[in-house]
Design a protein around this ligand. Sequence first.
Ligand code: IMP
Length: 177
Amino acid sequence: MIRFVTGNEGKVREAREYLDEPVEQVPYDYTEIQGELEEIALYGARETFAETDGDEPVLVDDTGLFVEALDGFPGAYSSFVEDTLGIERIPDLVADEGNRRAAFRTVMVYYDGETAETFEGNVRGRIVEPRGEGGFGYDPVFEHDGETFAEMDTAAKNAISHRGRALERFADWLAER
Ligand code: IMP
């Protein structure tokens, strides 16, 4: 059983689709410190392990969208920017820049109370006007190989996405233990 710490149903759907092991969602709202994705995920994993019932390991996923023309913004602030500006404003921000390149990056931390393992995944793409009904978050404005993530089903997104890559590394590590 994997205890996946997130309030985000989309992340849980993708983890369940990818992993063979059952995934339990732990909707604990850990403190999001200011810092790099690794620091945020590690702090969240430690706090959740200490504050929630159960001594099973926890898995935390921290993800950011990094827009090249904006020097990597919103990055670790992606959640705040989605809640304040909204994703529809992101294409406007790059419209005059002549550079639509962006990347998603996920850092997953698996913490068992003693040691922490980190798994990372990245994907490159471009910022476009919103298209598609699937996915979540910034998926409608992130295009990879001609399709936005919101136009892909969960399996297709997992096959190429930041989270899919991190899950692949995590699953390989689990299998080898
Ligand atoms: P967090 O990792 O939960 O802090 O998410 C940061 C921000 O990125 C939130 O606004 C999420 O909605 C968004 N986000 C996280 N993962 C994805 C994804 O796979 N696709 C699109 N947006 C995402």
